[in-house]
Design a protein around this ligand. Structure first.
Ligand SMILES: [Zn+2]
Length: 276
């Protein structure tokens, strides 16, 4: 999929390069533009567009909340692509054991499979974020399609938990030019993360712990998974095994673990904003 979008970006860049070349020819008919300059322009454009789409921290298509204020020892643990059992329940038990709150970015199709898990997340006082309905990547999707991904999942979340989610995280964090506006118009804040732990690659419990500990810093948002896209039987047991050590280490280092909405609140009210 990344390859396909990369190809489209290259195509768009190429067409824009030709377009600008023709405009130059019309406006400055006497000007000779060397081919090498066109090539550099083309590569620059393709690079810039790829940065805007694939780098979730890139502000090219609008800022999103990817870290909180650096001035307070607060972090957020987030779990994407769930709910999936038995992992979501296992994660909830661990969070409850340490009395910390987290944020779950759920997929509509997974909520349909595990409605009770969604209720449990809400009942335990964690935050539920919207991660779309089908985990389709959105950079090339129309605003109407993006809205339908958001609204279908929103309906499910509201009917099961009674809460309207306020945060949207795009699948893979990929953005297109109109994503942020569409998300905002739907009543959501666009958020991503500071560090992806890549736990879905199942690198081993100790590697998940090491990567997480390395990512600890004020305002950090850590990305974990209680699912893997729409996979029916993902294996998240390494994360479940690593999580108690990660939480214990964070607490013993003096960090507070809060939901993303709380992190946004803390970052905005007391210490200024990273948002527009
Ligand atoms: Zn995802």
């Amino acid at each position: 999929m990344k390859f396909k979008i990369g190809l489209v970006i290259s195509g768009v860049s190429f067409l824009l390069t030709i377009f600008f070349f023709l405009i130059f020819k019309i406006v400055f008919p006497g000007l000779k533009i060397a081919l090498s300059y066109q090539l550099i322009f083309f590569l620059f454009l393709a690079g810039a567009l790829s940065w805007g789409v694939f780098d979730h921290k890139s502000p090219l298509f609008g800022h999103n909340f990817w870290r909180g204020s650096k001035k307070q020892p607060v972090m957020s643990l987030t779990f994407d692509d769930g709910p999936t059992e038995p992992y979501t329940s296992a994660i909830l038990r661990i969070l409850n054991q340490y009395r910390v709150k987290a944020t779950f970015f759920v997929l509509g199709q997974k909520v349909e499979l595990y409605p009770d898990s969604l209720k449990k997340i809400a009942a335990d006082g964690h935050e539920i974020g919207n991660h779309g309905y089908s985990h389709e990547v959105l950079p090339l999707k129309s605003p109407a399609k993006i809205r339908s991904e958001i609204k279908k999942t929103e309906k499910l979340i509201i009917s099961l938990s009674g809460q309207k989610p306020e945060l949207f995280r795009a699948p893979h964090g990929w953005k297109g030019p109109w994503l942020k506006k569409t998300v905002q118009k739907s009543g959501y804040e666009l958020v991503s993360w500071t560090t992806g732990v890549w736990d879905t690659d199942r690198p081993g419990e100790q590697v998940i712990i090491n990567r997480s500990l390395k990512a600890f810093k004020n305002g950090a948002i850590l990305l974990f998974h209680d699912g893997r896209g729409l996979e029916k039987n993902p294996d998240c047991h390494q994360l479940v095994a690593a999580l108690p050590v990660i939480i214990e280490s964070a607490l013993s280092q003096g960090y507070r673990l809060e939901t993303i909405s709380r992190l946004i609140e803390i970052s905005r009210l007391k210490l200024g904003s990273h948002l527009e």
